[in-house]
Design a protein. Structure first.
Lengths: 99, 206
């Protein structure tokens, strides 16, 4: 029975790949503009993406809760957005981008 | 031996012809369209499934009482257990609004609704422990009546409406992750630390 449960758990775990981030996408980039309403990010391919910020947007810095004021131009960020959406759900702030 | 009246014989022949045409029609339709799990169960299927669900739980099991007292610790354990084993289909909030839950046949139910909440604790325990035939619900236990972890999950089901956003977020962290997701998390951390990493891959559906 334990083997059976392990197989089921494995199947579910592998199948969960379809549920990547609960349907959210990760956007990685460097902040080029930020306001109370939106953050603009330059992606690896040098294109930019503007994501809206709302009262529901959460912020995180080194795994700890942070604030909009912690997001600065030049920061590296990873932003969770709904698939095919543009409203930021969670903005993780990291190091200052290399020059 | 009487061979029956001509009217009766005609009625029987007509009925047989209607049944034959109907059967041929069903075979043709099935052959042309196949079966899909994406459709909703038909009214006939719903009636059959309700009956199967009812019969799948022995009457003695319906009256079982939860031997595990509800406590914040038991609730926390059940949240972590549910997030790891059940949420892929049922969702952390029990609504069944996940890719797998939406596409099962029948679809994973919204467990906050009376169709689940009206079941007795014994019925919920039995279903988690033994699964339900002809659905996506597997048997998670050994079939006994004293699996404390399963009884804690019964508490979890009862508390679905009380889940807070913080608890749901905590459960998200406990959801199973694929190797690709784990890699992406690592890449995110490396990117935030200033390293160069490949761009993230958009989530795929299957």
């Amino acid at each position: 029975m334990k083997q059976l449960l392990s197989v089921i758990a494995l199947v579910l775990a592998v199948s969960a790949g379809a549920l990547a981030h609960n349907g959210n996408e990760h956007v990685r980039g460097v902040v080029t503009a930020v306001s109370a309403q939106a953050v603009t990010i330059q992606l690896a391919d040098k294109s930019t993406k503007t994501l809206s910020i709302s009262a529901k947007t959460e912020f995180e810095n080194s795994g700890k809760p942070a604030h909009l004021t912690d997001v600065k131009i030049g920061d590296r960020v990873v932003v969770d957005v709904p698939e095919h959406g543009s409203n930021a759900l969670l903005i993780k702030v990291g190091a200052i981008a290399k020059k | 031996m009487s061979r029956g009246s001509p009217v009766l014989r005609m009625a029987i022949i007509t009925l047989a012809a209607v049944v034959l045409v109907g059967a041929v029609g069903i075979v043709w339709l099935v052959n042309a369209n196949g079966f899909s799990a994406r459709t909703l169960p038909t009214p006939v299927e719903r009636v059959v499934m309700r009956a199967v669900h009812r019969w799948s739980v022995p009457s003695a099991a319906r009256g079982l009482k939860n031997p595990v007292a509800f406590s914040p610790e038991a609730w926390a354990e059940s949240r972590a257990h549910f997030a790891d084993h059940c949420a892929s289909c049922h969702g952390n909030d029990g609504r069944g609004n996940t890719e797998m839950g939406r596409n099962l046949f029948p679809k994973a139910p919204d467990m906050r609704l009376p169709s689940t909440q009206d079941k007795t604790d014994g019925e919920l325990y039995w279903i988690i422990e033994n699964g339900i035939r002809l659905t996506g619900m597997p048997a998670w236990g050994k079939g006994g009546t004293e699996d404390a972890d399963t009884w804690k999950l019964v508490h979890f089901v009862r508390q679905l409406a009380q889940l807070t956003p913080d608890q749901l977020k905590e459960m998200e962290a406990a959801n199973p992750k694929s190797p690709a997701e784990l890699q992406e998390e690592k890449d995110d951390e490396r990117f935030l630390a200033g390293e160069d990493v490949p761009p993230p891959v958009a989530p795929h559906h299957h």
